[in-house]
Design a protein around this ligand. Structure first.
Ligand code: ATP
Ligand code: MG
Ligand code: MG
Length: 388
């Protein structure tokens, strides 16, 4: 049955406290509810209102989204400079939780689609990645994991700008409370989550690695049709996970078996599709591969060059930027979360700083964040869920 509130243009969303928002047009929809463009009848401002489905699980998650946004906005980004969505108001209307946000423009998936799935320039990838990293640095300080980073959840502020905001904290969690195991949208799901290991903020960095390559080539890097297919694509491009992940991951046994090949140095092997399907009882369609290249280097360096780059100098500069992009993405796409770069480390990569890329980057050791030294600074307690 449907738990969405039926929304009509010119209807008014409001509460007893006098909040009044008139619906202008639909902006989007997701698993949690619908988002509509509204006008605040008290101030005249244009806002976006997310009307959450009235099922208890969605309502609960919505309350947490309010709490986490208040905490991030007020405590960790008071000047609104770190590319995190602003929450302006929240109330309950006819049993539906309504979240009032600043109104933004199209999401990055829409941007890729408008670009006819051809990808954006290395320079635009850099500008976008730098802003997402800025947000992730703040999330690290606040001890928050986004858990659903993907192009649909990154929005341009305006159509004519390269400025973005990260949205949709409806799946977010605190680092010390990683209770859910079924998280992240499949294409952007990290190996540790797929394998059923405990996870950390590093899962957002994996998603970012997938996103930067997708922005560049215009298509998802790992478009898995199932969890098995997702893992299989990751392994095909990046190799087998380290043994500790296979021995400690709660789901690893359904995808991997001990390797009985005496000539192999690998202790475990990835089960072939047929074996996995037979043992799990799940039908597995054969994987359709459309990414050109069997390594990240081939995928990125082999991508057709824009005809706008005509001189040898321009082409050489583009090749250097692409080499930097490969090195940057490699640091984010370490299968082992312990080796994956942190947002602060990634931020000083030459791809982001736009310095000449001369040799593979060795990140500086990350210092512990202020909040991990002062845990009370990273507490969400005391942040109200909604007014009224
Ligand atoms: P998901 O299925 O990813 O969990 P969701 O139900 O949690 O989605 P959101 O991601 O918050 O909902 O919003 C759904 C879509 O609505 C976004 O992808 C975006 O296109 C649009 N949208 C959300 N917030 C805004 C905003 N502040 N301004 C403009 N459009 C927005
Ligand atoms: Mg979303
Ligand atoms: Mg969501």
């Amino acid at each position: 049955e449907n738990s969405d509130y039926i929304l009509y243009v010119n209807d008014i969303l409001g509460n007893e406290e006098g909040a009044k928002y008139i619906i202008r047009e639909p902006l989007g929809a997701g698993t949690f509810g619908q988002v509509v463009k509204c006008q605040d009848l008290r101030t005249g401002a244009t806002v976006a209102v997310k009307v959450v489905k009235n099922k208890p699980a969605f309502h609960q998650q919505g309350l947490f989204e309010v709490q986490v946004l208040r905490y991030l906005n007020e405590r960790h980004d008071p000047d609104d400079t770190r590319n995190i969505l602003r929450l302006l108001d929240a109330f309950v209307f006819r049993g539906h939780l309504c979240l009032v946000f600043e109104c933004l423009s199209v999401n990055l998936y829409e941007l890729i689609r408008q670009n006819r799935y051809q990808g954006v320039s290395t320079n635009l990838v850099r500008v976008l990645a730098a802003q997402i990293l800025d947000c992730l640095v703040v999330l690290n300080e606040a001890r928050v994991i986004h858990c659903d980073l993907k192009p649909e959840n990154i929005l341009l502020k305006r159509t004519d700008s390269a400025k973005i905001k990260v949205i949709d904290f409806g799946s977010a969690c605190m680092e010390q409370q990683t209770v859910h195991t079924y998280i992240q949208s499949r294409f952007y799901r990290s190996p540790e989550v797929l394998l059923g290991l405990p996870y950390t903020a590093a899962i957002d960095m994996w998603s970012l690695g997938c996103i930067v390559i997708e922005l560049f080539i215009g298509l998802p890097l790992f478009p898995g049709a199932s969890e098995y297919d997702q893992l299989s694509r990751i392994i095909e491009l990046l190799g087998l996970p380290p043994v500790y992940m296979l021995e400690r991951g709660k789901q690893a046994g359904i995808y991997f078996a001990r390797n009985d090949d005496p000539f192999s140095t690998n202790k475990y092997r990835f089960k072939p599709r047929e074996q996995f399907a037979r043992e799990s009882g799940r039908t597995e369609a054969p994987s359709r591969k459309y990414i050109k290249g069997s390594t990240l280097t081939e995928v990125v360096m082999g991508y057709p060059m824009s005809s706008k780059l005509t001189t040898p100098e321009q082409q050489a500069q583009e090749r250097m930027r692409r080499a930097a992009l490969v090195d940057f993405a490699t640091g984010l796409l370490h299968i082992n979360p312990l080796q994956r770069w942190t947002p602060r480390q990634a931020r000083s990569h030459p791809f982001i700083t736009d310095e000449p890329f001369l040799a593979p980057f060795t990140p500086p050791t990350d210092r512990p964040s202020a909040s991990s030294l002062h845990p009370r600074h990273a507490s969400i307690d005391g942040y109200a869920t909604y007014s009224g």
